[in-house]
Design a protein. Sequence first.
Length: 84
Amino acid sequence: MVCGHSHTLAIDQDGVVYSWGQQKYGALGLGPEQPEIDLNSPKVISTLLPEAIIDISAGNRHSVFISKYSKVFGCGETKRGQLG
């Protein structure tokens, strides 16, 4: 489990990632259809389900994920190039 400024990420043994907290700027990875929500309980980041995620990182307003096959995924604010 890792904590960002206002959100938290967790990964299970199967590589499924969960997020909760403040969705501001899309940091929870739940997509633009839920731009400003606060989640009090973990929700699966379904867009990552085809991948086996092995590492996660939570920043101020962004999140980054690395898959078993070295693919890198990111979500959230990229105002200062946080997502590359």
